[in-house]
Design a protein around this ligand. Structure first.
Ligand code: TRP
Length: 452
């Protein structure tokens, strides 16, 4: 077999993993979920869920990935040959492709909004009504969103075609630092808007009366999605990590970057939402509806700045979405390359095409196919619910159970401490979280999705 590629350095590992983690989940999803569950108090729950439940699962996936040095299916075959665990491997090849199909549609929206910013549509002579209505009009049309979805998927495939080092690593090492610079620039702007203070207060003054059982489940669900857990992306990336690398350090680095980015994104979006007098709990359209409206409003006073911020903002969303989307495609590509001996080129094009096709249905489900319902949900919402509420937690629980209960403790210790040379004291705590707290945490979410 051809020698597998490896990430070149610790920075490359964290850039790629944080690239997967930081995505639409942080900029598009986090602010509106936060808005729905009442602000600062939700953030605290979210941080706890990320560190106590999500991070241990991240470690579990890393352990499986690096130990085996294979794709998700191959990893199960190698570490638990001849058992039903191979189904867990297969499931987690399918689920990221399902996610990618609708993720790419939203990625496409960011392509469209970037183009619109570049042509100053939001900032020149448009009426407020036009700008805030643009989103609804755009997503419900037929061709425009399909074209954007196609462009986005093409870019994703382009990076994955380049391979682990020349594609994923190279792209992430440039995109990630850029993302942080861009989002900080936007925060700076957002905080200067008149009326933005209320947004800041919303983010820092917790109101615990608004936390209900749903909020805990939502926080954990969001932490899962944001760290790209439960569908083998972490596992696959970890299989490209060198043996000398410290998995705990790269995991913590990734989780902290992801949390930090989500917070900064919230400080970029919420003050602007409040400045515009928009309801923070208004749902998935939040970022795409609110921000253009603000850029438009501010363009009367500061035409150039607002145009620039608008470009920066949608470029940020696009870059973040791309680094995440490539990690979803890579899971399946790794499988076809490792297990089926397929050429990377062929595997990439095949899977990109298949997910693109499914994405077409998702895209149309906002327009011409809006009437087609599966279990009462549109195609897009159905896939999102299936993945976020079921497949992700299911994959997550399988991975932690595998590491906590199926693999030998000695092997897990060996992998997390690099043969006893690092993290020796920390290991007990991490192992405890992986074995008990994490699976219990997920099962609670599962049950709450079922009964609440
Ligand atoms: N974490 C990414 C985000 O926040 C999305 C993502 C990438 C993802 N890979 C994933 C989500 C795997 C779930 C599973 O946008």
């Amino acid at each position: 077999m051809k020698k597998r590629e490896r990430f070149g350095s610790r920075f490359a590992v964290i850039a790629a993993m944080a690239g997967s983690a930081v995505g639409l989940g942080n900029i598009w999803r986090f602010p509106y979920v936060l808005g729905q569950y009442g602000g600062a108090a939700f953030i605290l729950v979210y941080i706890a869920a990320s560190l106590l439940v999500a991070l241990p699962i991240f470690f579990a996936e890393s352990v499986i990935g690096r130990r085996s040095g294979r794709d998700t299916y191959g990893a199960m075959q190698l570490l638990a040959p001849g058992t039903a665990w191979k189904w867990a491997g297969l499931l987690t090849i399918l689920s990221p492709l399902l996610i990618l199909s609708y993720y790419s549609v939203v990625g496409g929206w960011s392509v469209e909004f970037l183009f619109k910013s570049l042509s100053f549509t939001f900032t020149e002579n448009a009426s407020e009504a036009e700008v805030s209505g643009y989103f609804g009009h755009f997503i419900s049309s037929t061709w425009q969103p399909l074209l954007s979805h196609t462009l986005f998927m093409t870019m994703v495939a382009g990076v994955v075609l380049g391979g682990v080092k020349n594609g994923i690593e190279r792209f992430s090492k440039v995109a990630m630092p850029l993302l942080f610079v861009l989002i900080l620039f936007i925060v700076g702007y957002s905080l200067t808007l008149p009326g933005s203070r209320a947004g800041v207060e919303y983010l820092v003054k917790p109101d615990f009366t608004r936390l209900n059982a749903d909020a805990y489940a939502a926080a954990l669900g969001q932490a899962f999605f944001s760290l790209s857990l439960g569908v083998g992306t972490v596992l696959t990336y970890a299989s490209y990590v060198k043996k000398e690398e410290n998995l705990v350090v790269s995991g913590v680095g990734t989780a902290v970057s992801d949390l930090l980015f989500a917070m900064i994104a919230a400080f970029a979006v919420m003050p602007a939402v409040f400045a515009a007098g928009i309801e923070p709990g208004s749902g998935p359209g939040l970022v795409f509806q609110t921000l253009p409206y603000i850029f438009n409003k501010m363009s009367q006073a500061m035409p150039i700045t607002s145009a620039l911020v608008s470009i920066a903002f949608f470029l940020t969303i696009l870059a973040a979405a791309l680094t995440s989307a490539i990690s979803m495609l890579e899971v399946g590509v790794a499988y076809l390359v490792d297990e089926k001996g397929m050429e990377r080129r062929k595997a990439t094009l095949l899977l990109a095409f298949g997910t693109w096709l499914l994405g077409v249905l998702c895209s149309l489900s906002f327009g011409p196919l809006a009437g087609v319902k599966l279990l009462g949900l549109s195609f897009f919402d159905f896939l999102d619910a299936l993945c976020s509420n079921w497949l992700l937690p299911l994959g997550g629980v399988l991975f932690t159970l595998f590491v906590g209960w199926r693999m030998s403790k000695a092997d897990v210790r060996d992998e997390l401490t690099n043969g006893g040379t690092c993290n020796v004291r920390l290991f007990g705590l991490v192992y405890f979280l992986m074995r008990y707290l994490a699976p219990i945490g997920i099962v609670v979410v599962f049950l709450s999705n079922l009964f609440l």
